[in-house]
Design a protein around this ligand. Structure first.
Ligand SMILES: [Fe+2]
Length: 295
C-alpha cells in the first residue's frame, strides 16, 4: 500500500507547539511517517554534508573497507557497510557517531583523504539533534510523559548514547538486471526512537500507540531516474541502559542494549548474502512492507 505522509511545519515552534504536537501524534498513530518543513537547518550545511558523503563514497574501496564494521548487537554503530546485489539489496553506507566514544579515532576516514569530512559531519549531526528534540518533546507530552523525558535519555554528550548519522549511496541501476524481490534496502523497521531522513518513530515507549512502520527503499521503476542516489539518516537512540517502558506499563520493560542484542541478530539475518535466506527473512522477520518509498 503506497501512501503519502503528511507535512508537519515546525516553524515558530514555541508558539505553535500544541498544534504541532497534534499533527505529529496523528501522523505517528497513522502511517508512522511524516515530512517536516520549517526545521531551520540551513541549506548550505545540508549541501556540505551531501558533498562530504559524495567524496567519501568516491574513495577507493580498500580505503572504505579498512574502516570499522558496524556491530549492531553490540550497539557499535559506526563504520562502513556494503550491500551489493548478491545480498538482495543494493546500497553502501557509512555510519558515524559523536566523538564521545573511546574508539572513535579509527572510525573516521583519514583527514589526509577527506580533510573536512569529520567537522562537517559532526556539525550536521549537531544541527539535526535539536530538530529531533523538538519532535520528541511533542511525543513525550503526547504520551503523558514530561516534555524533557526523551531529552534526558538522548544526551549526545554521554558515552551511553549511540545516536548516529548514516550516509547512504544507492548506486546507479542503469543497465543492471536484478532478481525479483531485490531492493535498494530491504523491508525493515528502525530501532531508533526517531529517524530523521533527508527524505520514521519508535513504538516501544508508546505501548504500540505510535507506529514504527515497515519501510524499504525500492529499486527505481521504469521511467524513474536510474542514476546514483544519496540520502542521510539521523537515528536518535536512547542511552543504552535507560529503562524503556511505556506509561501504561502494558509493554515489558527493556533497555536499548538488550533490544539490540535481539534486533542485531535479525539485521545479520537480513543482510545474509544468500538470496533464499534473504527472502525468508522478509517472510519471517519483517512481514509485508506497508510503505513504499524511493527515498
Ligand atoms: Fe529505515
Amino acid at each position: 500500500m503506497a501512501c503519502r505522509p503528511p507535512i508537519v511545519d515546525l516553524s515558530d515552534f514555541d508558539r505553535r507547539r500544541s498544534e504541532i504536537q497534534k499533527q505529529l501524534m496523528d501522523a505517528a498513530q497513522g502511517t508512522g511517517f511524516f515530512y517536516i518543513s520549517g526545521h531551520g537547518i540551513v541549506q548550505s550545511l545540508i549541501d556540505e554534508a551531501y558533498g562530504q558523503a559524495d567524496s567519501f563514497f568516491q574513495l577507493p574501496h580498500d580505503a572504505k573497507d579498512r574502516l570499522p564494521k558496524v556491530d549492531w548487537a553490540a550497539c557499535k554503530v559506526r563504520g562502513y557497510e556494503l550491500n551489493n546485489l548478491t545480498d538482495g539489496t543494493l546500497h553502501e553506507s557509512m555510519m558515524q557517531a559523536f566523538d564521545v566514544h573511546e574508539d572513535m579515532e579509527g572510525a573516521w576516514p583519514p583527514e589526509s583523504m577527506l580533510p573536512d569530512y569529520r567537522a562537517t559531519t559532526v556539525a550536521f549531526m549537531q544541527a539535526m539533534h535539536p530538530v529531533a528534540q523538538r519532535i520528541l518533546s511533542c511525543f513525550a507530552t503526547g504520551l503523558g510523559f514530561s516534555p524533557d523525558f526523551f531529552e534526558k535519555m538522548t544526551d549526545i554528550s554521554s558515552p551511553e548514547n549511540h545516536t548516529f548519522l548514516q550516509y547512504h549511496k544507492y548506486p546507479s541501476t542503469e543497465g543492471l538486471k536484478w532478481k525479483p524481490g531485490t531492493n535498494r534496502i530491504t523491508a525493515h523497521t528502525d530501532e531508533s526512537l526517531i529517524t530523521l531522513l533527508h527524505i520514521g518513530p519508535g513504538s516501544m515507549l508508546s505501548d504500540g500507540l505510535l507506529k514504527s512502520n515497515y519501510h524499504r527503499v525500492r529499486m527505481p521503476l521504469p521511467g524513474e531516474p536510474q542514476g546514483d542516489r544519496y540520502s542521510m539518516g539521523y537515528f536518535v537512540w536512547p542511552a543504552l541502559h535507560d529503562k524503556l517502558q511505556g506509561k501504561s506499563g502494558k509493554t515489558s520493560a527493556t533497555t536499548m542494549a538488550e533490544y539490540m542484542k535481539q534486533k542485531g541478530k535479525i539485521f545479520s539475518y537480513s543482510f545474509s548474502p544468500d538470496i533464499d535466506t534473504y527472502e525468508k527473512s522478509q517472510q519471517y522477520a519483517f512481514g509485508p512492507p506497508q510503505i513504499e518509498s524511493a527515498a
